[in-house]
Design a protein around this ligand. Structure first.
Ligand code: EPZ
Length: 430
């Protein structure tokens, strides 16, 4: 498998070295959204004619997804951040287990591939170790549409003579299951209605893409989505919207360092939950038509956070926010209700002097006036981002290891932070 971005040619992992204490200020843009790109790169197999995707983030997950599409017969070419994907001729390829396990959304291709080729095998998914990551709701939806899927030795064996639209109730508003059922139903016979559907911005963008290639999806962004199945879907061109979690992460870089960071060319509504919490913490937030800026002239005040499905506080911002609250004034409680073990940042932040402890599904954070640089290890994507934020304010040098996790969701995070004034560099692990 090609080396991950950030990996040296010898395959060694790299680290980030951060010298804290600088206020970050300035204006940035972020790449296209990882989670929207991955959702679309599962659904793209539905298109019988070539698709052009603009503003695709150049990160390990999208590169691996492109390789996976090729396994099933797609032709994939990159031109900078533009991906050309031609799925006119697909086959039931043999997906490499390691490749599939490296990204969870490999599994979201099963339904759309079934709609095109009728049967396939797909190793069971992997993804960031933040919880059990079950796919029971995906399977419930695919079975309801008429697919047969059996797990045999860690590999899903799937077949579907024909897919027929139906009602699908999701026990939880799962983003992945909503995407998976919505995409598969686009080529089913008749109409599908998904109730208790996820309402994340990623669902809205995926529906926009599906409709752009000729599907008929209504209600995306609400808890009830109607998909009128079509016999075939065409090609088209779609621009991936900005990454809301990257944007939120860099806004927090301004908040935690007491500077002022403005992120341009984003959808401000995507930041509503984070903006409200930052205002509650005393940050100065300004909102424009396609930008948001955050400044924290004084020390932030402690706030309580509870992660919830959209439009609640996003779980992907939980760990970066926890890092930010480590230097706030007072005690914050951050309750993670979506994943059972999104806690990899807690031990590492403690090594930097944070007073943070786990109490059931919550992190209890007693704000301190300073953190101290240390060597810390990223355990997953957003934990890695949280450690970078902590390093920006810690006294002395922080070395963040395992940054291949961070490279999964942030295109060269050090370049963006450097452009805001951070003293940060990527080094090859000795
Ligand atoms: C997507 O994961 C995102 N990943 C996650 O971002 C994000 O945290 C999550 O949505 C919630 O917004 C991608 O889009 C690639 P879910 P997904 O299905 O689809 C349970 C990041 O950092 N569940 O909404 O896996 C599940 O256990 C990543 O960018 C079931 O019980 O999220 C979890 O508790 C991390 N059964 C909850 O639903 C299922 O069949 C949310 O999962 C599926 C999910």
């Amino acid at each position: 498998m090609d080396k991950l971005p950030g990996q040296s040619s010898t395959g060694d992992m790299n680290s980030l070295v951060i010298r804290g204490g600088r206020k970050l200020s300035g204006e940035i843009e972020v790449s296209g959204s990882k989670n929207i790109a991955l959702a679309i790169l599962s659904a793209v197999v539905l298109a019988e004619e070539p698709v052009t995707l603009l503003n695709v983030p150049k990160i390990s997950d999208t590169e691996i997804k492109g390789q996976l599409l090729e396994v099933f017969g797609a032709k994939v070419t990159w031109e900078g951040s533009t991906m050309h994907v031609d799925c006119s001729n697909l086959n039931a390829g043999h997906a490499d287990e390691e490749m599939v396990r490296s990204i969870r959304t490999s599994f979201y291709m099963v339904g759309p591939l079934l709609a095109r080729i009728g049967n396939l095998e797909m190793p069971a998914p992997g993804g960031c170790m933040i919880g059990a990551r079950p796919v029971d709701l995906h399977l419930k939806g695919l079975h309801a549409l008429g697919a047969t899927i059996e797990l045999d030795g860690g590999v899903y064996k799937a077949s579907a003579k024909n897919l027929v639209g139906t009602e699908v109730y999701l026990d939880k508003p799962s983003a992945g299951a909503t995407q998976h059922v919505m995409s598969t139903a686009a080529l089913a016979k008749g109409t599908t209605i998904i109730t208790n559907a996820a309402m994340e911005p990623e669902i809205i963008a995926l529906a926009e893409f599906l409709n752009c290639i000729g599907a008929k999806v209504e209600g995306a962004g609400t808890s009830s989505i109607t998909i009128h199945g079509k016999p075939t879907l065409s090609g088209g061109e779609y621009r991936i919207p900005a990454d809301r979690i990257q944007a939120g992460t860099f806004l927090l870089a301004g908040a935690i360092t007491g500077g002022t960071v403005r992120v341009n060319k984003i959808i401000p509504e995507d930041q509503t939950a984070v903006v409200n919490k930052l205002r509650e913490a005393g940050a100065e937030v300004k909102i424009g038509s396609d930008w948001v800026s955050v400044g924290a002239p004084t020390r932030l005040e402690a706030v309580n956070i509870t992660t919830m499905p959209h439009p609640g506080f996003p779980t992907d911002m939980q760990q970066p926010m926890a890092a930010t609250l480590c230097v706030a004034n007072g005690t914050s409680i951050v309750d993670e209700t979506i994943y059972e073990s999104r806690t990899g940042h807690i031990s590492e932040l403690s090594r930097m002097g944070a007073k943070i402890r786990q109490d059931g599904s919550s992190a209890v954070i007693q704000g301190v006036t300073e953190l101290r640089g240390a060597t810390v290890y990223a355990s997953d994507l957003r934990a890695g981002a949280a450690l970078c934020l902590a390093g920006l304010v810690a006294h002395g040098e922080t070395i963040v290891k395992n940054i291949h996790f961070i490279d999964r969701g942030y295109e060269r995070i050090e370049d963006t932070l450097k452009s805001l004034g951070a003293d940060i560099s990527r080094v090859l692990d000795s």
